[in-house]
Design a protein around this ligand. Structure first.
Ligand SMILES: Cc1cc2nc3c(=O)[nH]c(=O)nc-3n(C[C@H](O)[C@H](O)[C@H](O)COP(=O)(O)OP(=O)(O)OC[C@H]3O[C@@H](n4cnc5c(N)ncnc54)[C@H](O)[C@@H]3O)c2cc1C
Length: 497
C-alpha cells in the first residue's frame, strides 16, 4: 500500500522540485515528489548547463554574484563527478561596437569578477593578444582584436536533476515520475490539504494529503496557479541549442549572436553545445517546436566568430523554456533570472523563476521556511552531502561504443535511478546521444531493459519505437536532404510495420 499522507508534496520534478525534495527528506520531513514526465523533462534538462558565478549581476548586485559563486562552489563539492571546467575566451572583433574599448572594458569587468573566483575554484582572467588567441583557438575569425579569458564550470544537467531525485528517495522521500498533478484538494476552510494526480504508469488517479504543497512546475506553474487564490504570470523564454557530436573548439566562447545578444559556444562532455536563442513563447508548453530559422540563427551567429564551424555537421538540437518572471515592456533577454517564492497563504507556495546554478540555494531557502512551519530543527545538509554517483561494479559488455556505455551502466540506472521507460536512459547514461544516434546500440539496450524490467516482446518493441522517436525528434531539426528523408522513412517503417 502506498502511503498517501505527507508533510510536504512537491509538484514538478525539475531541478528545483528535486532539490527541494532532497533537502526536505534529508531533514526528516515526510515528502512526496511527483513529476508528470521523466525528471529533467523541462528547462532543467534543456539548458546551457553552466554552473556559473553570476557575472552579469556584478554590474548592479555584487551580493548576488557573491552568493552565486559560493553556491557554485558547493555544487562542485557535491557533484564533482558531474562537473567539468570550461575555460572561456571572450574574443572581440575589430568591427564590434566599441572595438578596443570593449576589450578594455571586458578586462576591467573580468578583473572585478576575479575577486569571487576563489569561491568556486575558478582561475583569474588573462588578456590575450590577437596572435595568442588565434594560436590557442585556430578556428576563430582572423578579424579579432584580441580576447580575455574567463573560467567557468559546466554540468551534466540531466544527471544533476536525476541524482537530486534519487538522493531524495534514498533519504526517505516518495519520488514518482510519470505522475501528473490534476487538482488541489481543499479543506472546509479553503486551505490546501493535498492534491490529486494521475499515475500514467499504473493508469490510475490517486489522492494524497499534506500539510504543505509546493508548486515547482517551472514554466507550467502559471497555468497551475489558475487553480489557486493567487494566479500569476510568467514570461516563458524559449531557448534552442544546436549540438555537434564532437568537441570542435579547444575553449568555450562567449560570443555575440548576429543581433548582438550574448551566446555560448561550449565544449560539453564529448559534444559541443551552441546557444541559445531567447524568445518569448506563447505556444503549447508540452510541444515546443524547433524552427529552422532558429537553427540558422544559432549557426550563423557561431560562424561570424568561428568560421571553422562549416567543417562540421550538427547532429542534434534541443529546446527549453525559462520560467522567467513576468515584466512588461522589456526585451526577453533583459528579463530578470531571479527567483521568487510566492506564499499563497493557504498552505501552498509557488516557485517562480530561478537558475540551475542556484537551485541548491533556492531549495535551502524553501526548506528553511517549511522546517520552521513544521518545527523541524535538523539543519540543511545539501551543501556537504555528495550526490549519489554512477558506480557500476564491473564493466563487461560495451553496449554503446560512441559514449562508452556498458551493460552495467544501463542495469545500474534501471534499478537505482527511478527509470520507468527505455527513453529515460537517454539523459541518465547518454544512450542514443552519440554519433551513431542509437543505430548501433538501441536494439541491444532495449533487450537489456526488457530483461531487467521483465517486459514482453511487444512491450520491448513499444519501448524501442518510443526511444527511436525521441532520438529522431532531437535530430530532425538539424537534418536536411537525403539524411532527413532516410530518417523519416525509418520512422514510417517503424510505425506501419
Ligand atoms: C535555454 C535555457 C538555457 C539555460 N541555461 C542556464 C544555465 O546555463 N545556467 C543556469 O543556471 N540556468 C540556466 N537556465 C535556467 C534553468 O535551466 C532553469 O531556471 C531551471 O532549470 C528551472 O528549473 P525548474 O525545476 O523550476 O523548472 P523545470 O525544469 O521546467 O521543471 C518543471 C517540471 O514540472 C513538471 N510539471 C509540469 N506540470 C506538471 C504537472 N501537472 N504535474 C507534475 N509535474 C508537472 C514538468 O514536466 C517539469 O519537469 C536555462 C534555461 C533555459 C530554458
Amino acid at each position: 500500500m502506498t502511503d498517501t499522507s505527507h508533510d510536504v508534496i512537491i509538484i514538478g520534478g525539475g531541478i528545483n522540485g528535486a532539490g527541494i525534495a532532497r533537502d526536505c527528506a534529508l531533514r526528516g520531513i515526510k515528502t512526496l515528489l511527483i513529476e508528470k514526465h521523466d525528471f529533467a523533462k523541462g528547462a532543467s534538462g534543456n539548458n546551457t548547463g553552466m554552473i556559473h558565478g553570476g557575472i552579469r549581476y556584478l554590474r548592479y548586485d555584487v551580493g548576488t554574484t557573491r552568493s552565486a559563486c559560493t553556491d557554485s562552489g558547493y555544487i562542485q563539492k557535491i557533484a564533482g563527478h558531474l562537473l567539468h571546467r570550461v575555460p572561456f575566451l571572450f574574443p572581440v572583433k575589430k568591427k564590434d561596437f566599441g572595438g578596443k574599448f570593449l576589450l578594455e572594458g571586458a578586462e576591467i569587468f573580468f578583473e572585478a569578477y576575479d575577486r569571487f573566483q576563489p569561491l568556486k575554484n575558478g582561475k583569474t582572467h588573462t588578456r590575450l593578444t590577437r596572435e595568442e588567441a588565434l594560436e590557442l583557438e585556430p578556428g576563430l575569425s582572423p578579424d579579432i582584436l584580441g580576447a580575455v579569458t574567463l573560467d567557468e564550470w559546466a554540468v551534466d544537467f540531466y544527471r544533476l536533476n536525476v541524482e537530486n531525485a534519487v538522493d531524495a528517495k534514498l533519504a526517505g522521500a516518495q519520488v514518482r515520475n510519470y505522475c501528473e498533478f490534476t487538482k488541489f484538494i481543499q479543506d472546509s476552510k479553503n486551505q490546501v490539504a493535498g492534491i490529486e494526480f494521475y499515475d500514467h504508469v499504473n493508469k490510475r488517479h490517486e489522492e494524497h494529503t499534506a500539510k504543505w504543497v509546493i508548486n515547482a512546475t517551472g514554466a507550467w506553474g502559471a497555468s497551475i496557479s489558475k487553480q489557486t487564490n493567487k494566479p500569476y504570470r510568467l514570461r516563458p523564454g524559449k531557448g534552442t541549442h544546436v549540438v555537434y557530436p564532437h568537441r570542435i573548439s579547444n575553449y568555450g566562447l562567449i560570443m555575440k549572436a548576429i543581433d548582438g545578444r550574448q551566446m555560448f559556444f561550449l565544449p560539453h562532455g564529448q559534444e559541443t553545445i551552441i546557444g541559445t536563442t531567447d524568445d518569448d513563447y506563447y505556444g503549447d508548453l508540452d510541444n515546443i517546436p524547433i524552427l529552422e530559422d532558429e537553427i540558422r540563427y544559432v549557426i550563423e551567429s557561431a560562424r561570424s566568430i568561428f568560421p571553422s564551424i562549416d567543417k562540421y555537421e550538427p547532429h542534434n538540437s534541443y529546446v527549453g523554456l525559462r520560467p522567467t518572471l513576468y515584466e512588461w515592456g522589456k526585451n526577453e533577454y533583459a528579463l530578470s533570472r531571479e527567483h521568487l517564492i510566492l506564499n499563497h497563504h493557504n498552505n501552498l507556495f509557488s516557485i517562480m523563476g530561478g537558475k540551475l546554478a542556484s537551485y541548491r540555494e533556492l531549495a535551502e531557502e524553501v526548506t528553511d521556511i517549511l522546517a520552521e512551519k513544521l518545527d523541524v530543527k535538523t539543519p540543511c545538509q545539501t551543501h556537504t552531502r555528495i550526490l549519489p554517483g554512477f558506480h557500476p561494479e564491473a564493466e563487461t559488455e560495451e553496449v554503446c561504443m560512441c559514449e562508452g556505455i556498458s551493460k552495467e551502466d544501463l542495469t545500474y540506472s534501471i534499478h537505482n535511478e527511478i527509470c520507468s521507460r527505455l527513453s529515460d536512459l537517454r539523459g541518465r547514461t547518454h544512450l542514443g546521444k552519440g554519433t551513431c544516434g542509437g543505430v548501433h546500440c538501441l536494439n541491444r539496450a532495449s533487450q537489456i531493459f526488457a530483461q531487467e524490467k521483465k517486459l514482453s516482446c511487444e512491450q520491448q518493441l513499444q519501448e524501442l519505437k518510443h526511444m527511436q522517436d525521441v532520438c529522431l525528434s532531437e535530430r530532425s531539426s538539424v537534418l536536411d536532404g537525403a539524411n532527413l528523408a532516410r530518417e523519416e522513412l525509418g520512422h514510417l517503417l517503424r510505425h506501419f510495420n
